[in-house]
Design a protein around this ligand. Structure first.
Ligand SMILES: [Fe+2]
Ligand SMILES: [Fe+2]
Length: 269
């Protein structure tokens, strides 16, 4: 019997502390857990807001096969050309479809092959407290229809705010994909489970960023924002970071999950 595919999926990489933790700690973590596939959300990697080509390349070089993202991916415009050309750099699929001038760069899905196993990775974004995008469930289902027969496993990064929206999407895909992980809130939840149809699910996998912070940002500013209700500028907290995410085992005969466990690894730097 073929051994299960091991997939390591990491939460939003936040700023320099998150990047440092990833660059220094990921190669070791991959060896330790024997991961075949590594996916990381990097929407906050460049100073907390967006991503640059240089950082994207370094993230790939540290062992990440697919980079996913979310609402903050648009904040550094110099990533736009790379969204067009790097097949394994994703933005959520369900942004509006515009053809011709004004088209939105990039796409929200790719197929990567590890150990001769083709895996579909898709990136979707929620609509509660975020932009009114196309329905992520319908957009995801259309992608599945298009690619399901060509792949042995499907990984979904659902970048969303509301628990109910994340759980609803997870249940909608139960039995049709290997795993649905939530990202965006930067706080790891303890509800990881395998749904009745065999899809692994967790509401949020957390962040790869500074722990002693408010979602990766300076604590003092976050408290002042709360107290004053003024839109004070948020900056990344410069303190030791943790790699957070989940480790999955996917049975390749049916593409269903057999195990999901949370990962937290404090960086040595
Ligand atoms: Fe984020
Ligand atoms: Fe986000």
């Amino acid at each position: 019997m073929t051994r299960p595919l091991k997939a390591l999926i990491l939460g939003d990489v936040v700023g320099q502390p998150g990047c440092r933790a990833l660059f220094v700690g990921l190669p070791d973590l991959i060896r330790r857990v024997d991961a075949d596939l590594v996916v990381a959300n990097a929407e906050n990697a460049a100073d907390g807001f967006g991503l640059t080509p240089d950082i994207a390349e370094r993230i790939r070089a540290s062992g990440v096969h697919v980079i996913t993202s979310g609402n903050h991916i648009w904040q550094k415009r110099d990533i736009y050309p790379l969204l067009q050309t790097m097949d394994t750099l994703l933005r959520p699929e369900n942004y509006p479809v515009i053809t011709g001038p004004g088209a939105i760069p990039g796409k929200g899905h790719c197929i990567v092959t590890l150990r001769d196993v083709p895996v579909l990775v898709m990136n979707l974004e929620g609509r509660v407290n975020l932009s009114p995008l196309r329905d992520p469930i319908q957009v995801g289902k259309a992608l599945l229809k298009q690619f399901r027969s060509r792949v042995k496993a499907v990984v979904v990064d659902f970048h969303a705010e509301a628990v109910e929206e994340k759980e609803a999407l997870g249940l909608s895909f139960d039995g049709e994909v290997s795993v649905v992980v939530g990202t965006h809130t930067h706080v790891q939840t303890a509800d990881e489970r395998i749904l009745p149809g065999g899809t692994a699910y967790i509401t949020d996998i957390g962040m790869t960023g500074p722990v002693d912070s408010v979602i990766g940002m300076k604590k003092e500013t976050a408290v002042a924002r709360s107290l004053t209700q003024m839109p004070l500028k948020m900056e990344v907290q410069n303190s030791p970071a943790e790699i957070q995410g989940v480790l999955l085992e996917i049975d390749l005969s049916q593409g269903k999950a057999v195990k999901i466990e949370r990962v937290r690894q404090l960086s040595a730097v």
